[in-house]
Write a protein that binds this ligand. Structure first.
Ligand SMILES: [Ca+2]
Ligand SMILES: [Ca+2]
Length: 416
């Protein structure tokens, strides 16, 4: 089901690492005095904590005062709702006049038909529109500069904002409306098409549901509650049974070829792409992803996702690795983004060709394994690891049978 609003978990602000070289996508300031405090990887800003703002993934209004604006002179006007004719047409008091207004870019099904029987979803769409508009504290109409102001039936053509949310978009997102009559490059076309596509993929209402129990109030609430209830922490996901469908939100830390590690405040987990390339799986991207928990030789993975199950929330986020000791590496660290400092290379287990290889390191009597995955591109030649060299290295913790491994993203992960 389409998810519209989520309460953003407090923004992931990052304490800083003193190391200079990090995998692609990361840009960290140097602040050596903080690098030994792994517990402060994520900081919550005071501001975000107190406001817990609502994230709405539809378009938003500019932050200006609309009071006193005239629709035909200023392009916006605060109006009063009169009544809903159907899902895509309503009457508003605009200035001194009641104007029949057709919602730009969307089409709901028809209540009045030749047979006298309303089309599927027509009455429900009207009830939904009426509910949203009746319960809104503030309704603003917006004209589109690329659209005529009135259509051939003298209906006003407008974008309808209800408490800062675009009703045209919500109708498409909820599967109540088809996106239609995009005669020009209107302001919110892309949003409408994305919303419609998501509704179609979910077989929502017009796109597949068979007139289920319907309550417009409940539909309206899905905007506020659904995603927040839906997304869970990585730590919680790591304790669920294999096969469970999970929804996670976090920042991509390491990329291992076309697969990646995702991290939130609670932990990390591997996203196995099955060697398919996903644009969203770039280091530094904050994403939501839906997939299935799977196990590969004791390595917990999220699998069975595709483009439609990944959404980018923001890019170029910075995450600092948690500095750990070799002896700390174990199940509790699996999936996490970490740094090992000043370990000595003892042995390079390299075979010919590009099948991946392991580099064994030691420090203070503990030993560990760095894994160079065969899918890394560019592929780091094993000659860069020289036994006896002391290196620091960043990567994410994986597991292969009994062995936990520091999986690196590429040659940049090594700090000599
Ligand atoms: Ca219609
Ligand atoms: Ca494991």
């Amino acid at each position: 089901m389409r998810k519209i609003i989520l309460i953003l978990s407090a923004m992931l602000l990052i304490s800083l690492s003193g190391c200079g070289l990090l995998p692609n996508g990361f840009s960290l300031d140097a602040s050596p005095e903080e690098s030994s405090q792994p517990e402060e990887i994520y900081e919550t800003s005071e501001q975000n904590e107190s406001t817990a703002q609502i994230y709405y993934d539809g378009p938003t209004l500019p932050a200006i005062d609309f009071t006193g604006m005239d629709l035909f002179e200023d392009g916006y006007e605060i109006v009063a709702f009169d009544y809903a004719h159907d899902g895509d047409t309503a009457y508003f008091l605009v200035g001194g006049s009641t104007l029949k207004t057709r919602f730009l870019g969307v089409d709901t099904t028809e209540i009045k038909t030749d047979s006298g029987v309303p089309e599927d979803w027509a009455e429900q769409a009207r009830d939904y529109t009426a509910y949203i508009l009746e319960t809104a504290d503030e309704i603003i109409l917006e004209l589109d500069e690329n659209s005529s102001t009135f259509d051939d039936y003298d209906r006003l053509l407008a974008w309808i904002w209800a408490d800062g949310r675009l009703l045209n978009y919500m109708l498409a997102a909820e599967g109540f409306a088809e996106v239609k009559y995009l005669y020009d490059d209107y302001k919110y076309n892309d949003y409408l098409l994305d919303a419609e596509y998501a509704a179609q993929k979910s077989s929502l209402r017009l796109w597949g549901d068979d007139e289920p129990y319907f309550n417009p109030q409940e539909a309206a609430y899905t905007y506020q509650d659904e995603e927040n209830d839906h997304i869970g922490s990585i730590a919680a996901a790591r304790n669920m049974s294999l096969g469970t469908e999970v929804s996670l939100q976090g920042i991509i830390t390491c990329t291992i070829g076309k697969s990646a590690f995702l991290q939130d405040e609670t932990g990390g987990i591997y996203l196995y792409s099955n060697n398919k390339g996903y644009y969203a799986l770039e280091a530094g991207n904050e994403i939501t992803i839906e997939g299935k928990l799977s196990d590969y030789n004791d390595f917990l993975e999220v699998t069975d996702f595709d483009d439609s199950s990944i959404k980018i929330l923001s890019e170029n986020n910075t995450v600092s690795p948690q500095t750990i000791a070799l002896k700390d590496i174990g199940e509790s660290m699996e999936g996490k983004y970490v740094q090992l400092n000043d370990v000595t290379i003892t042995y390079v287990d390299s075979v010919s060709g590009e099948n991946g290889y392991s580099v064994f390191v030691s420090k203070d009597g503990a030993v560990g394994e760095i894994r160079v995955d065969k899918y890394l591109s560019p592929y780091p030649d094993s000659s860069i690891f020289v036994p006896g060299d002391i290196i620091s290295v960043v990567g994410c913790i994986g597991q292969h049978y009994d062995a936990y491994q520091l999986m690196i993203s590429g040659e940049d992960a090594i700090i000599h």
